[in-house]
Ligand binder design. Structure first.
Ligand code: NAD
Ligand code: DAU
Length: 356
């Protein structure tokens, strides 16, 4: 059944994927309200949302998804009929050095959102309602040389990050099975594109190449990731929100597997071209370093269900997407500088003041 949301609460909308989602969704859905609830952790940056900042249908709330009273009030005040839950601690390396916040935000935060959504939905305040959980292919664990993750692949997370995302997915499943709540769950592969925080592989490579810093490659560099442009992910999320079957799980991916070392070589070569450096110069910055503990060897998503049931396909080729991403970083060095220095965190006060 097709669902047309009128008031969407987006959590984590100041992060990499959440902000790209809002920037894509709002122009495509004029008149639909978007309430962005984000705690503005180190990963949340309101500078990502300049294109919607002054749209009267957009409202930003600085707040924590673990704050049940705040979540309940927003759901009621804004007559929210869809929750799209991106907010999370998202970086695997950080989960290895400090897992606690991952459990708090990703598991407990999801439980708060589910519980307040359940009460709001059961109160009958809105005619129709959807809760969409944004998850990751990492919940499936690691693949060998062959095969793909389907929606039926058993969950077998290996890092504290992926374990916390799996816990959240299981709660979503439980709310659907127990209360009949209209939930949706997407599991996407690695994203790349604009506004990607430079702790993640691709933006880290771009920044370090610009600054002639070492390019750390974990282990033997032969781990495989399946890359998708973030705007293709955003459109897939919109597609699932509007057309997904209640209780459904949908994999999202672009059938675009790369060994890490091949990505590193590609980015080095494209950057040499863009910066007018000698061919091969940036490859000289590559430094093999100690492996990530529990480093998953290979991810590869089978997104056939999403194509078959809802007609979604990626629109970017990797060739065009990665060039566009490099161009974006080169044209937005001020954004990178703000993110790297922490200066972006002042943007909230200057734009919104303390009171909003
Ligand atoms: P991100 O780290 O860039 O952004 C996370 C956002 O959540 C930030 O704006 C942060 O301020 C906010 N946040 C964190 N804790 C919060 C809290 N307690 N309350 C409110 N807001 C809070 O993450 P991302 O890469 O944009 O990932 C978004 C979602 O997509 C996550 O759920 C992640 O697991 C999932 N995902 C990411 C990828 C990827 O490649 N980045 C791939 C698949 C799935
Ligand atoms: O697969 C989806 C996941 O992709 C999301 O759920 C996560 O939120 C997101 O962070 C991402 O996780 P990864 O661990 O795959 O992304 P990251 O960019 O950290 O690393 C990509 C690969 O590159 C991985 O195999 C580790 C490796 N790597 C990473 C960094 C930061 C390096 O070799 N060197 C590095 O410096």
């Amino acid at each position: 059944m097709h669902f047309t949301p009128k008031s969407v609460m987006v959590t984590g909308g100041a992060g990499f994927i959440g902000s790209n989602f809002i920037n894509c969704f709002m122009p495509l859905n004029p008149g639909c309200r978007v309430i962005n609830l984000d705690a503005l952790t180190y990963a949340g940056n309101l500078e990502n949302l300049r294109s919607v900042d002054h749209n009267p249908d957009y409202r930003f709330i600085k707040g924590d998804i673990c704050d049940a009273a705040l979540v309940a009030k927003l759901l009621a005040d804004e007559k929210v009929d869809a929750v799209v839950h991106f907010a999370a601690e998202s970086h695997v390396d950080r989960s290895i050095s400090g897992p606690e916040i991952f459990v708090k935000t990703n598991v407990l935060g999801t439980q708060v959102l589910l519980e307040e959504s359940r009460k709001h939905w059961q109160s009958g305040a809105v005619a129709d309602f959807r809760y969409l959980q944004i998850s990751t292919d990492e919940v499936y664990g690691s693949l060998g040389e062959t095969g793909y993750f389907t929606e039926e692949t058993p969950l077998a997370p290996n890092s504290p990050y992926s374990a916390s995302k799996t816990g959240a997915d299981l709660l979503v499943r439980a709310y659907h099975e127990t209360y009949g709540m209209p939930t949706l769950n997407t599991r996407c592969s690695n994203n790349y594109g604009p506004f990607h925080f430079p702790e993640k592989l691709i933006p880290l490579l771009i920044s370090n190449i610009i600054n002639r810093k070492a390019l750390p490659v974990y282990g033997d560099g032969l781990n495989v990731r399946d890359w998708l442009h973030v705007r293709d992910h955003a459109i897939a999320v919109e597609t699932v929100l509007k057309g997904g079957k209640s209780g459904g799980v949908y994999n999202i991916g672009g059938n675009n597997e790369w060994k890490n070392i091949d990505i590193v070589h590609l980015v080095c070569d494209l950057m040499d071209e863009s910066l007018g450096r000698k061919k091969g110069e940036s490859r000289g910055l590559i430094a093999f370093v100690k492996d990530r503990p529990g480093h998953d060897r290979r991810y590869a998503i089978d997104a056939a269900k999403l194509k078959r049931d809802l007609g979604w396909e990626p629109s970017y080729t990797f060739e065009s997407g990665i060039r566009e991403t490099i161009d974006w970083y080169l044209a937005n060095q001020e954004w990178v500088a703000h993110v790297t220095s922490g200066e972006y965190q002042q943007y909230y006060e200057t734009q919104y003041g303390e009171s909003k």
